[in-house]
Design a protein around this ligand. Structure first.
Ligand SMILES: Cc1cc2nc3c(=O)[nH]c(=O)nc-3n(C[C@H](O)[C@H](O)[C@H](O)COP(=O)(O)OP(=O)(O)OC[C@H]3O[C@@H](n4cnc5c(N)ncnc54)[C@H](O)[C@@H]3O)c2cc1C
Length: 418
């Protein structure tokens, strides 16, 4: 392992003007090879600051997010604005028309996005497209598949869904029942996928199905299936507790004939493709939540300083101050884990343990800090108008999708030899 993995830990908000105070410096006592305290370069910090300013101009007023959350509405126009901001090009190599940002830069920008944009559903959706769909196509797609879908994804014209989950499998991801039987120049898909992000409006889906049921996980293959294919049906969005501004629903395949050219990777490579793409998602999809936690912290500090009870600001009550200190602790530890995992990915070092820890900690930290923010806001925090409670509803989703916290803990325990 390499010993040069130092990243400056830096905030996207007020901390930008306090870089000397908040910057962690590499120490000569760092164990060789461990990324330890890692430091962002000035270039990363500039990128982050510039994007926060640009994104706040776009998302500053929340873009009607309270109403869209209430009505469960996805905004196509906002999605296109995100594409115009270049978000859907960040992680795509230059030769494919993308910005070609490295993993750490994209992660830092995603964090900045979560700080500037209060629509957690939207930022989750952007993460799914970036890490789940684009990266999977780039890593495993044929040139024709990449040419067919990537430009439209980057322009914000196309939306992809990533479909493995089924009613009867869930955490046992490879226990799926959907089949893909070879028939001439096609595979014929039959089965149903549940709780799929973007399902009701996706233009295509990456679908996992059994091509050889007797071979267990090695008998699973992945396909790129166009939503126009006869036998492909998308069902209306589930009414969810949170992340309501991005649709989640069911996909059915009933004698759906998919050309063999739409096979992603090789026959039987489905499990490897799933593991690779899950690793991206687990590591990085929660980056916007770190930015959201910083925004939440700033809002809570401002309130604790201005709201008075018993003639003094509520922040002078130790119970409130300690709640805020814990929010800061969760934010900083989440950021450190996220940057370290991004760095390990970027430098192609083993990161399975770090990815699982990142998924656990970021999802649970955001939920816990969202609860704290409601408590600090008192009765107001419980109203939907104040837009504080929405973060808690949104945060719970991340403890489930991409593998629940229990499944991530299974991974950590197994890697510890248990
Ligand atoms: C907002 C959202 C978006 C989603 N988007 C997608 C998507 O785009 N594509 C997709 O394919 N899926 C998606 N999912 C589905 C998601 O991946 C599954 O819901 C998740 O993997 C859990 O599966 P399950 O719901 O069947 O729960 P179950 O597997 O039935 O789990 C129920 C409970 O049992 C626990 N449990 C189960 N097995 C074990 C075990 N071995 N060890 C310890 N505990 C265990 C779980 O942790 C959980 O607490 C999404 C889900 C949500 C909530």
């Amino acid at each position: 392992m390499r010993g040069d993995g130092f990243i400056i830990i830096e905030g996207v908000g007020k901390a930008l003007s306090q870089s000397d105070e908040t910057r962690s410096r590499p120490s000569s006592s760092e164990p060789i090879g461990a990324p330890g305290v890692v430091v962002l370069s000035p270039r990363h910090l500039e990128l982050k600051k510039a994007f926060v300013e640009e994104a706040q101009a776009t998302f500053g007023d929340g873009h009607d997010v309270a109403r869209r959350d209430r009505e469960g509405e996805f905004s196509r126009s906002l999605w296109r604005q995100c594409a115009e901001l270049g978000i859907l090009r960040w992680a795509v190599p230059v030769e494919h028309g993308g910005r070609g940002y490295d993993v750490l830069s994209t992660t830092v920008l995603m964090e900045a996005l979560g700080y500037a944009c209060r629509d957690n559903g939207l930022t989750f959706g952007l993460g799914v497209q970036t890490w789940g769909i684009q990266k999977t196509l780039l890593q495993f797609g044929t040139p024709a598949q990449v040419r067919g879908y990537l430009p439209g994804l980057m322009r914000g014209d196309l939306l992809g869904a990533y479909a493995i989950n089924e009613e009867g499998s869930g955490s046992d991801a490879f226990g799926l029942d959907t089949t893909a039987a070879p028939e001439g120049e096609h595979f014929v898909l039959n089965g149903e996928k549940t709780y799929i992000t973007f399902a009701p409006i996706a233009d295509f889906a990456i679908v996992f199905a059994k091509t050889n049921p007797a071979a267990g996980r090695w008998g699973i293959s992945a396909f790129v299936v166009d939503a126009q294919t006869p036998g492909f049906t998308a069902h209306p969005a589930d009414s969810n507790m949170g992340l309501r501004t991005v649709p989640v629903g069911t996909l059915s395949f009933d004698g759906c004939r998919v050309p063999k050219a739409n096979l992603l990777g090789k026959v039987g490579a489905g499990a490897s493709i799933f593991n690779a793409s899950q690793s991206w998602e687990r590591s990085l999809v929660l980056a916007p939540q770190v930015g959201a936690m910083e925004r939440q912290l700033e809002q809570s500090v401002a309130l604790a300083r201005s709201r008075k009870r018993n003639g003094i600001p509520i922040g002078k009550h130790q119970a409130v101050a300690h709640r805020i200190a814990d929010m800061k602790l969760r934010l900083e530890t989440a950021r450190m884990l996220l940057y370290r995992t991004a760095w390990l990915r970027q430098t192609e070092q083993p990161h399975m343990m770090d990815a699982a820890l990142t998924k656990i900690h970021l999802s649970e930290a955001f939920a816990e800090s969202s609860r704290a923010a409601i408590a600090i806001h008192g009765g107001e925090g419980y109203t939907t108008d104040a837009q504080v409670e929405r973060d808690l509803r949104d945060a719970i989703g991340a403890t489930i999708y991409g593998g629940t916290g229990d499944i991530q803990r299974n991974i950590v325990a197994a890697l510890l030899g248990l």
